[in-house]
Structures are given as structure tokens and as C-alpha cells.
Ligand binder design. Structure first.
Ligand code: GLU
Length: 552
């Protein structure tokens, strides 16, 4: 077989050689140990939480070594392409601080010396290498029809090794004349790798996350170019990651079973293979078992879910690191106020089998993140969120932004801030009693407080409430009220002699709390009283008094 003639017949328009591209895309000039990684999405427009997670791992791998992180768009399957998808994905990433150094940085903007970063624009490159493989007798055209392939698939149902290899590789050795004849007749062909694999041999590699891996060598003559001349994932991965000089391929572990194909492709192409880090999928507990976080079943599988719910990106980032590195939480405990960027991310500390998604944990992490934010920051971020997702909250804020910020500052910016808010969508309920529009009176009491006691407390308190009280004066006022209504200011005393009193100072303040907020548990009541303002306070106390009077 004249391989050169065959290559020319298959790729008459390709006049470049691999050397051309090797020169055009030289090795990167980076400092020792700097890693080059990438995110390679298909432009479907849907960003799965698992993709974001893998992307974060890839990003951290580059950034923690002073390397380069780039985005390459894998748009060879034009059928799956969705308009505006890239913008959506890049925005999704930037929310979490992931901004590529290079590659596709906006739908219509590519930066970097290794362009084009859209696979659809790299056809000539793939075909150059395909042509070179044909010239070396390492690839061949295959004319099998979809029906023939289907037939083979059916026959192989019980075979352990499937695909086109051995006796199934019918077009491996077609002669030149026959190939030309078929092409001239207009028959469609795909280009297959002439796999040099040996069924008896193993392929080995050291995965950065999974450790040492041993698998049978690839023996399949996999398709490398489809009938439209577009590469398969396998081929594009080898060419692109080589030419873009990726050092570490961080990707989902669904690709691990194809790694023998990829390593073989790197070998026949004469490329040094990258290091692989295969990230296990994020799992979810269900009925005592585990399953993958599913786009179909779990709303939290969509990255947009977190923005809609109003989880600050800092919380999600913090949570993703707890999933990514087993030592992150220890580091956080030791460095509670340190910038998350300082965490020494390590691929070796990744879970081999798949981290478990846990909403309770995310909620907890987020409460811890939010409780450390200033009131101004909580206001700004939640206002941004509200403008998009809660017109009601936005309009409450807009009544008086200073008051809104002060409300958010209750029990904040101190040593032991409260942890009531996990996400911005918690805020409307959390602050509802601060606004007449959203306040829902509820006069249910707790502890030793009874309607009869409430009548007495409220009658007295209405006369002495003073909005200028500071915290201590306010609390002293509560205590002073006690003897006038048959209660004791001293909880201990009440416990020792409960029959002698109607209640204690806690019950007195519960009555006032319930009257003012409709709740038995709120942040600092003194601050709430002050921010409610005299008019609201008097009106609510009076309404509550009426209610209890009717009840007794
Ligand atoms: N486009 C592939 C995917 O979305 C990329 C896999 C890879 O990172 O190599 O699964």
C-alpha cells in the first residue's frame, strides 16, 4: 500500500505537516512546576454543579502552581450547540471566581497564543495529524455503514471486547484501488486508528487522584475522524491538549475507561501524554444508598440554583473546597478569617470515590460565611439578589436603605454574630416583622407567659417604653417591670420557688417580643424595638394588649 498516495487521496487539501503546528504552538515558557490546565465544556448552556466542581479543581491546580488555566470549547457536535451557551457558562464560572487566563473568555473573544480555542475552528489542524497518521500506516478509512455497525454491535452482545478490532475491522486492509473506487463513488468514510494494541498487554498510568491504574491496552480501531471530517473526542483531546501544552488533564472520571485509547493516541502521534486527574462525580444519598447528583432529579445539580436561592458565591466556593480537599475544614478552623485563596489546594487530597453533596452542610457553611460579613456587604449582596429574584424584598429595602442595613446589622459585627441567614432568600422571612407590610401578628406565648400576665406586662410597658434606651438600660427596665407584675427579675429565684411568682424576666421579655414581632425567638429585642420606631412599637403593643384582654 502506498500510504503517501492514500493520505493524499483522503486529504487533498491539507498541505501542512505536523511540524508546522508544532512550531506555531511551541512549548510554554513557564516556571518549573507550573501546571497548565483547562476546562473544556460542550456549549450546551447547562452548567452542572459537578462540572463547576471539576472546573474549580482544574482552576486551583493551575493557580496553586502559578500556571495557566484556559477554556476550550468542545463544539464538534453542532447538534448540541445552544445559542448564548458560552456566555452563560463563563458567567456561571466567574461568579465563583473562575476567570480563565486564556482561551475563550467571552462568546466572541479568544485570547492567547494557542488559538483557536473553538474546536470547530481547528479542522485543518486535526486533519494535518490525521493525514500524517495515514502516511505512516497508522490510520485508515472505513466505509462501514451505520447498518453494518449496528449489525456488528448486535453480534458482539456477549463479547467482552466490543468495537471494531480483529476480525471486525473489515476495512483495515482494503487495497488502495478499492479505497479510491469507493471514494470516487461517493461512499462516506470515517478515519479509524489502526490500533497497535495487544490484547495480552496492559496499560498503566498514575492518576493524580485515583493513584496507580492498570487496564488492558486498547485494541479497538476507534474512529478518529467522523465522516464529516470532524474529530471524535478522543482525537481532539490528544491533539488539542498536546498543542495547547496542557500539563494536567482534570476531567470527570467517566473518561477513565477511555484513557487507554487516549494514551495510545498520544503514543502513535509521538506526543508526551499529560498527567491525568480524574474527578469522581458528586454523589447524593438516597434511600440509604448513593447515586450521582442528577440534572433530572436534583434542582441543586444546576449551578443556577445557587444564584436563584441566593447562596453567596463565597459560601459555595467554601463548600466546594470542603468537598474537594479532606483537610480544608481543619485548615478553616485553624484560619477562620483567612482568605480562601490562601488554602494550599492539593489534588492528592481529593476523594477517590466521589464526594457526597449535603445541603445541610452547605447551609451550615454558608451561615458561617454570612455571619462574618459586614451589614453593608449583606445588604449589598442581598439587594443585588433581590433585584433579580425578589421584587418584594427589593422594595422593602428601597423604603430606607439605611434602616435596612441597620436591621441586617442586628447581632452582627460582633464577636459572636448570629447565624440565622444561610442564603438571601432567607432574608424576607427573617426580617418580615420589621415592616408593616410583611408583619404577621401571632400572639402565641411560650414559657410561663399567659394571656393574663401579658395584659399586666403590656399595660405597664406601654407607659415606660423608651426608644432611646441602650441595651443595659433596656434590660434594667425589663427587670424593674418584674415586681410590678408579680414576676422576679431573677431566673434562679424563680426556679427555686416557682409558686411564688407568675414568671421571671425571660417571660416578661417574651411577652414583649411576641407583641412586637409575632415570634418567641428573635435577635436582640432592644435593637429591634429601636429600629421599629415609636409609632410601630406603640401600635403593636396596643394591638397585642387588646388581643390578650379579649382572651382573658
Ligand atoms: N467536552 C468534554 C466534556 O464535557 C470534556 C472532557 C475533558 O475535560 O476532556 O465532558
Amino acid at each position: 500500500m502506498d500510504n503517501k498516495a492514500l493520505a493524499q487521496k483522503l486529504f487533498p487539501d491539507i498541505d501542512k505537516t505536523p511540524d508546522f503546528w508544532e512550531e506555531k504552538y511551541p512549548k510554554r515558557d513557564l516556571k518549573e512546576g507550573a501546571r497548565v490546565t483547562r476546562f473544556a465544556p460542550s456549549p450546551t448552556g447547562f452548567l452542572h454543579f459537578g462540572n463547576l466542581f471539576t472546573c474549580l479543581v482544574s482552576y486551583k491546580t493551575a493557580k496553586s502552581t502559578g500556571g495557566v488555566f484556559y477554556v476550550r470549547v468542545e463544539d464538534t457536535d453542532q447538534k448540541r450547540k445552544v445559542e448564548g451557551a458560552i456566555e452563560v457558562m463563563l458567567k456561571g464560572l466567574s461568579v465563583y471566581g473562575i476567570v480563565p487566563d486564556e482561551g475563550v473568555v467571552a462568546e466572541d473573544k479568544e485570547v492567547g497564543d494557542y488559538a483557536p480555542y473553538y474546536q470547530s475552528a481547528r479542522k485543518e489542524i486535526y486533519q494535518t495529524y490525521a493525514k500524517a497518521l495515514v502516511e505512516q500506516g497508522l490510520a485508515y478509512p472505513c466505509f462501514m455503514t451505520p447498518e453494518e455497525l449496528e449489525d456488528i454491535r448486535a453480534q458482539q452482545e456477549n463479547e467482552s471486547i466490543k468495537g471494531i478490532w480483529g476480525k471486525w475491522a473489515k476495512h483495515r486492509d482494503l487495497n488502495f484501488d478499492e479505497i479510491c473506487e469507493r471514494i470516487d463513488r461517493g461512499e462516506a468514510w470515517t478515519l479509524r486508528l489502526k490500533s497497535p494494541g495487544d490484547i495480552e498487554k496492559k496499560c498503566y498510568f498514575d492518576d493524580m487522584i485515583k493513584g496507580k491504574i492498570e487496564m488492558p491496552e486498547n485494541v479497538q480501531d476507534v474512529v478518529i475522524l467522523k465522516s464529516d471530517g470532524i474529530p471524535t473526542y478522543h482525537f481532539a483531546h490528544a491533539i488539542d491538549d498536546h498543542l495547547m501544552r496542557t500539563t494536567h488533564v482534570v476531567r470527570g472520571d467517566e473518561w477513565i475507561s477511555s484513557a487507554p485509547i487516549h494514551l495510545q493516541l498520544f503514543r502513535v502521534l509521538g506526543f508526551k501524554p499529560p498527567k491525568y486527574a480524574h474527578v469522581a462525580p458528586i454523589m447524593k444519598e438516597e434511600n440509604g444508598g448513593k447515586r450521582k447528583l442528577s440534572k433530572r432529579k436534583d434542582p441543586e445539580a444546576a449551578v443556577t440554583y445557587y444564584a436563584e436561592q441566593g447562596f453567596p458565591s463565597e459560601s459555595v466556593n467554601e463548600y466546594m473546597l470542603t468537598l474537594a480537599n479532606s483537610n480544608f475544614e481543619d485548615w478553616r478552623r485553624a484560619n477562620p478569617n483567612e482568605d480562601i485563596e490562601k488554602f494550599p489546594f492539593n489534588l492528592k487530597k481529593m476523594s477517590v470515590s466521589g464526594a457526597l453533596f449535603d445541603m445541610v452542610k452547605l447551609t451550615d457553611v454558608s451561615k458561617n460565611v454570612i455571619c462574618k460579613m459586614s451589614a453593608k456587604k449583606v445588604f449589598d449582596l442581598s439587594y443585588e439578589w433581590a433585584k433579580e429574584y425578589s421584587a418584594e424584598l427589593a422594595s422593602l429595602y428601597e423604603q430606607d436603605t439605611e434602616r435596612a442595613t441597620a436591621i441586617l446589622n442586628i447581632d452582627r459585627e460582633n464577636k459572636k454574630p448570629r447565624k440565622d441567614i444561610a442564603k438571601w432568600s432567607d432574608i424576607p422571612d427573617y426580617i418580615s416583622y420589621m415592616f408593616d407590610e410583611t408583619f404577621i401578628p401571632c400572639y402565641e406565648l411560650a414559657g410561663n407567659a399567659t394571656p393574663a400576665l401579658a395584659v399586666k406586662v403590656l399595660e405597664k410597658y406601654i407607659d415606660c417604653v423608651n426608644l432611646n434606651d441602650d441595651k443595659d438600660t433596656w434590660f434594667n427596665r425589663m427587670k424593674e417591670l418584674c415586681p410590678c407584675v408579680g414576676c422576679t427579675p431573677n431566673v434562679k429565684e424563680f426556679k427555686q420557688n416557682p409558686d411564688a411568682f407568675e414568671g421571671h424576666v425571660g417571660d416578661v421579655s417574651t411577652i414583649i417580643r411576641v407583641a412586637l414581632t409575632g415570634r418567641t425567638n428573635t435577635p436582640d429585642l432592644c435593637a429591634i424595638t429601636m429600629l421599629l420606631g415609636e409609632e410601630r412599637v406603640k401600635a403593636r403593643l396596643a394591638a397585642a394588649l387588646n388581643h390578650y384582654k379579649e382572651e382573658v
